[in-house]
Design a protein around this ligand. Structure first.
Ligand code: NAD
Length: 498
């Protein structure tokens, strides 16, 4: 009788645990469900969801209230912790599969909503998320073994992370952050940029729906459907959030660092490219065009100004024209700067005029009465080093080219133009001494030699890439490890077997 009661009670408890709360799936005592092509492909192949219609508040990551989002994300995170590492891995793969299968549709929808950047490049950004190898494999366990036993150091999740994403890559940043954060055992509450909120909400809905379908866990990725500065502030000060992960410009980085919470900040950049007299000029021109024109220069790591040694200045200008960039005169660069850059007040730097951020070169050229070929991807022209296009992170396909008398001057100007953001710098040179000198001087998170800037972030160079490059706070390209805390487990005087 007692035995029967015990069994009944155990079964009841098991059922309650499985169903007590929306989003709680089978516990890790059940056999882990392993996603495979058969479980994820049908989801990815469903007809496209309409961008306007998001799920009801509180489901599939759609929230209009920060408190509710944090509680749901907390429940989801606890449920995730009850699952195996295999399940975490498969959740990350599910997000990747959706990014791959729906790259075209999601990329186009992002463009339709934000209206910035180069439309054909948007799906490529989704594919870059899909092809990135990040996952649970990026989380090592360290071990110390000796006379006094064995000590392990493991990388644990923080819990619910507060996330802010930029308008320049709303869904790629959310998707990539989600993969990294979930791989590390976290859930997240995201305040997207208001101008990219619908694509962020749609992505969250697709990811959560698929995750819930086979793990039973909903709301690992929560998004504020009507994000405001107020909802950002609530996330920054919410007691249920212990770590912030910010991707954006100087304003949001400063706000997050004032919050009193630990913040991982992927902040602004103004990457210089230096071309010295020894460089392969044709390769330099091809690479500069590729990096500076990608998605109309929206990437934080794209070349934003060039400093060129006088001996090869004319050659580089001709080479840029030869690869299809459109050459402007210095007075045309001045004319454009008046329209594209908003001057700073009280000696501060200006900022890019939002209206032209990520605009096509044809649109920008037309503002000064120029018609350029439809296939042209970038404008460029001579300026001095103090020019607004040099000093301001313009995020437009308009590259200022500064003539410098010597390599030392190139480096000095590059260092000044980078403004200490510690983000990205590029050099084209055949001289190892020059590469070393500039690398030491600029002190950036990414330093790319003889390639386009994007190659330093996994696209055309070795190593992984990412959508949050935390130069401001020093974590580098964010990986799952970035979103963990170290915990130590020590066995004293025992368990060493050799
Ligand atoms: P932005 O700074 O205008 O906005 C970024 C995000 O911060 C948005 O979600 C916005 O709503 C929010 N925000 C802005 N001010 C805020 C404040 N005071 N409090 C709370 N939230 C605030 O930038 P953007 O135009 O969306 O994106 C472009 C900027 O982001 C550029 O400076 C670019 O270099 C940077 N960026 C950096 C990286 C990186 O990895 N380092 C990646 C992408 C973009």
């Amino acid at each position: 009788m007692t035995q029967l009661d015990d069994r009944l009670v155990r079964e009841m408890v098991q059922k309650v645990l499985e169903h007590i709360q929306t989003g709680w799936g089978p516990t890790s005592t059940s056999a882990p469900r392993v996603a495979n092509a058969a479980t994820t492909a049908p989801f990815a192949q469903r007809p496209p969801a309409a961008i306007g219609g998001h799920a009801p508040d509180g489901r599939w990551g759609q929230f209009s209230n920060v408190d509710a989002a944090v509680s749901a994300a907390k429940a989801a995170q606890l449920a995730l912790m009850r699952q195996s590492m295999t399940v975490r891995k498969e959740i990350c793969q599910t997000i990747r599969d959706i990014c791959r299968e729906r790259a075209e549709e999601l990329g186009n929808l992002e463009y339709e909503e934000t209206r910035i950047g180069h439309k054909p490049h948007k799906p490529l950004k989704m594919l870059a998320v899909a092809n990135n190898p990040m996952g649970v494999g990026f989380i090592p366990t360290e071990c110390f073994s000796g006379d006094h036993g064995i000590t392990l150091e493991e990388h644990a999740p923080w819990g619910v992370l507060g996330v802010v994403t930029p308008v320049t890559h709303s869904l790629p940043t959310l998707a990539h952050n989600a993969i990294n954060m979930i791989a590390a055992g976290n859930s997240l509450v995201c305040n997207p940029h208001p101008s990219g909120k619908r694509i962020a909400a749609l992505g969250a809905r697709l990811f959560n729906q698929a995750i819930q379908e086979w793990t039973g866990i909903d709301n690992l990725i929560c998004v504020m459907v009507e994000p405001t500065l107020e909802s950002a502030r609530e996330i920054f000060s919410h007691p249920g959030i212990r770590l912030l992960a910010i991707t954006g410009g100087p304003g949001v980085v400063a706000a997050a660092l004032r919050s009193g919470k630990r913040a991982i900040c992927a902040g602004p950049g103004n990457p210089p490219v230096v071309v010295d007299a020894s460089a392969d000029i044709d390769n330099a021109a091809t690479c500069i065009l590729e990096g500076a024109s990608f998605d109309n220069n929206l990437l934080c790591l794209s070349e934003k100004e060039a400093f060129v040694e006088a001996a090869v200045y004319d050659q580089l200008m001709a080479a840029l024209e030869a690869v299809g960039a459109y050459r402007l005169s210095s007075s045309q660069m001045d004319q454009l700067a008046k329209l594209c850059i908003v001057p700073g007040k009280d000696g501060e730097h200006g900022h890019a005029n939002r209206e032209y951020v990520g605009a096509d070169p044809q649109v920008i050229a037309e503002m000064i009465g120029l018609r350029i070929p439809p296939a042209c991807r970038m404008l460029f022209g001579p300026t001095d080093w103090e020019h607004p296009f040099v000093q301001v992170e313009q995020m437009m396909p308009v590259l200022p080219i500064v003539r410098c008398a010597t390599f030392d001057e190139c480096v000095e100007r590059a260092l000044q133009a980078e403004h200490g953001f510690c983000h990205t710098a590029v050099i084209h040179s055949r001289l190892v001494d020059h590469m070393t000198q500039m690398g030491k001087a600029v002190n950036t998170t990414l330093y790319v030699k003889n390639g386009p800037s994007v190659a330093g972030n996994g696209s055309g160079g070795e190593g992984y890439g990412g959508w949050s490059i935390a130069g401001a706070t020093g974590e580098g390209i964010a990986t799952p490890l970035t979103y963990t805390r170290v915990r130590r487990c020590a066995m004293i005087d025992n368990l060493r077997i050799i």
